[in-house]
Design a protein around this ligand. Sequence first.
Ligand SMILES: Cc1cc2nc3c(=O)[nH]c(=O)nc-3n(C[C@H](O)[C@H](O)[C@H](O)COP(=O)(O)O)c2cc1C
Length: 422
Amino acid sequence: MRMSAPIWQSGSLAKPLRIGSVQLETNLLLAPIAGYCDLAFRTVCREWGGVGLACTDLLSPQGLLRGSASSLDLAKTNDFDKPVGMQLYGSDPEIMAAGARWAVEHGATVIDINMGCPVDKVTKKDGGSALLTNLDRAVGIAKRVREELDRMPLSAEEWRRRMGVGAKGRGSEGAREGQKEIGNAGLPPPSLPRSLAPSLTPGPVPLTCKMRICWHNADFEAGTQCSPHLARMLADVGVAAVTVHGRTTEMKFSGVVQLAGIKRVVDEVNGVIPVIGNGDVKTPQDAERMLRETGCDGVMIGRAALTEPWLFRSVWHYLQTGEEIRQPSLEEKIATIRRYFRLMQEHRDDRYAIWQIQRRISWFAKKMAVKLPDGRMESVKPFKEAMRTTKTPAEVEACLDVFVSGGLRGGAEAEEEVGSEA
Ligand SMILES: Cc1cc2nc3c(=O)[nH]c(=O)nc-3n(C[C@H](O)[C@H](O)[C@H](O)COP(=O)(O)O)c2cc1C
């Protein structure tokens, strides 16, 4: 479908992002979502194409340093999962620096510091968005982590690995190859730039920070320059990019994302470092609006990708051409769920894979209801319920088979609340 605004004529919004020395293939990033954006999920999104950078969920440096099984599992990556950011949270500069060292030694392409998490467990220890109330501490952590990263430059050969050069599935041809694995070979290949040579110059790993616009709603309304000042100070100590989730800490995940809050940061840093906008991007048009109205350089997408792992490809295509790419068929959507399940079996085990698929099925199935000839939506509730009672991998596979061949549907479709833990 052609849109009225001719954004594709200049292609100005489809500018691949550069973070320090790291040249990404697009300006679209997969957000960290604790408990959801694991290696299997990042792989599925990357196989669809359009992901410039994906990030691990927030990692505890203490957990990494003492080798806690859950932290090591969250930090798991591989050669295909590149470039990858590893996100650390905490408030002690020395521990954060040691965590950053660990992350670089274990495959990170970019280190990110969490300055936006609103969860009590994190903020009560002065980490996450509590750093928005103590800008000196936030900058001190970034400065110390930056120093540590400068002490461990990577070789050109190591940069090749960190950028995924040569890994299966890189570039247009490779992405097509990856797509075959998830059963959507019928779609045209994603239009990723072929000409971009990733940065292979020896040098240190870039540091980024992810923040909210400020803690209190009243401060934002009064025009207090919390995140703009913080972003500026972070740039001064060598932070290569900032991501701004356009909500205050008080808002948690409710209310409407404030594009004006993101724009204030863009205006303040004035091109010194890139600003990545984040929050409520669910469609290519949402991404275009965020880029256009805030002037930000990239867009990070979280929850919408849990329903549409192919969203990055759709957004990138739209930003480049102004046209909407064909959406995956039901078969392709089910193949994506199957792919995620099998990857999870490989990375962990059957029991964990079943648990994950059951807790995610509402996200995956959110847009699978189809319109009946009389205009009503046909419910997929029986499918979700059947999936939640599966006990073996064979039952999961059978459930997907039955659904794709037309079964496990019926009744009135009611909107189900998903992701309530947010
Ligand atoms: C369940 C959940 C877990 C999250 N975990 C993290 C996290 O580990 N680190 C982080 O920086 N942000 C985290 N976020 C925030 C997201 O990265 C993102 O900023 C937010 O969801 C807004 O973007 P979206 O509307 O595209 O989802 C989380 C959000 C949710 C809903």
